[in-house]
Design a binder for this molecule. Structure first.
Ligand code: SF4
Ligand code: FES
Length: 396
């Protein structure tokens, strides 16, 4: 019995860790952390049976085990391969792995559009990060790409199938978390698509978790779409006593000022929902979609987000004064005055609560407030003259 529980050692990129028998290479690499950990687009530790589909986590096994130190001839999916005692694994130290990962990213991007500038997932998209590290500027693919029309699946979720990489995570959430699977992958090969059967809406109280597990922007929150960019919002940890016993009630509020734009489950460093008392912290749709006021929550404080993430930018500064002066940055030029563009910017109108608009914000939403508050003329020519006057006034 003691033998069974004995820890085994595995070396990944020259770092040795001790793990329980049955641990996968990916889980062992996560214990090391940092760049040594292979990316995972389909594996999700909280979803049973996930992994083995995207091939982004491929690694080289340079030695199988102490008992049989022969290398494995092919690269293996680290999310599905369990470690053996004395195994030697290469991830970032292997040229073969880097080459294969570049190829996998090229495949994933065959049909995935590069529409990050207009995609709601931008800034927190795992494929975006992966493309940045492993993608190339061009593509060798010359054939027609798969395209789909956007589909509202249920009142809260929009499916943009063109962006889907068929990782199956959302299907597993439907099956294992929402306990009401009404969607899946229909058809095969180039025609494979995520769809609801007989156009049935996903209206289970835990369906919103599909948005959290989707590694790309294929499933987005209809109550947040186009309301803001994540890097402009401030993530705050918050909790409430949710009536639903399956909901953990612990969330991240994505705020701007006092306004709550979006509510999500809290994520761990691997982008998966955090666990509490050994259980995944899934949240219900009431918490996610209906509690959009700061007063609905007990706010705990700023969410800890990696400094390298675009979302963390400017939010966790230590008190270090920048060395450069504006004069230095401008090559010795001394600006007369800095213009406050916010005084004439429509989108900063404090009378508009963006998160409460029923759809994406549109110019008409601001026209009303402009004509009442700022008296900006509606005729475009007059507006230009008005703006010039404002700029002159600001420049003194
Ligand atoms: S919609 Fe998202 S979560 Fe579902 S299979 Fe596609 S990429 Fe994965
Ligand atoms: S994460 Fe291992 S194959 Fe997708």
């Amino acid at each position: 019995m003691a033998e069974l529980n004995k820890k085994i050692s595995v070396t990944i990129d020259n770092i040795t860790v001790e793990v329980e028998p049955g641990t996968t290479i990916l889980q062992a690499a996560r214990l090391v952390g940092g760049d040594v950990t292979p990316p995972a687009m389909c594996y999700y530790s909280k979803l049973e049976g996930s992994g083995g589909k995207c091939r982004t986590c491929l690694v080289e096994v340079a030695a199988g085990s102490t008992a049989d130190p022969r290398p494995m001839p092919k690269l293996v999916a680290s999310c599905r391969t369990t470690v053996m005692d004395g195994m030697v694994v290469k991830n970032i130290t292997s040229e073969r792995v880097m080459d294969a990962r570049n190829g996998v990213v090229e495949f994933l991007l065959i049909n995935h559009p590069l529409d990050c500038p207009i995609c709601d997932q931008a800034g927190e998209c795992h494929l975006q990060d992966l493309s940045y590290e492993h993608g190339t500027a061009g593509t060798r693919y010359q054939f027609a790409r798969r395209t789909f029309t956007r589909e509202d699946i249920g009142p809260y979720i929009q499916l943009h199938m063109t962006r889907c990489i068929l990782c199956y995570r959302c299907v597993m959430v439907g099956e294992q978390v929402a306990e009401q699977r009404v969607h899946g992958v229909v058809d095969r090969g180039d025609h494979a698509a995520i769809s609801t059967f007989i156009s049935k809406a996903i209206d289970n109280d835990f369906s919103g978790n599909m948005i959290d597990v989707c590694p790309v922007g294929a499933l987005t929150d209809r109550t947040f779409r186009f309301k803001n960019r994540v890097w402009f919002t401030k993530p705050m940890d918050a909790h409430r006593n949710c009536e639903n016993p399956k909901c953990c009630g612990k969330v991240t509020l994505w705020m701007r000022g006092e306004e709550v734009y979006r509510v999500t489950a809290r994520k761990d460093p691997w982008g998966e929902v955090q666990s509490y008392d050994g259980k995944p912290g899934w949240i219900c749709n009431t918490c996610r979609f209906e509690k959009k006021k700061a007063s609905d929550w007990t706010v705990e404080g700023l969410t800890t987000i990696s400094r390298h993430s675009v979302i963390g930018a400017n939010k966790y500064e230590e008190m270090v004064m920048p060395q450069e002066t504006i004069q230095k940055v401008m090559g010795g030029l001394e600006p007369r005055k800095l213009m406050n563009i916010h005084s004439i910017s429509d989108v900063n109108d404090p009378d508009i609560t963006l998160s409460e608009l029923p759809g994406p914000a549109h110019s008409v939403d601001f026209d009303r407030a402009n004509s009442i508050n700022n008296q900006i003329p509606e005729n475009p020519g007059d507006a230009e003259r008005h703006n010039k006057q404002m700029i002159n006034k600001t420049q003194g």
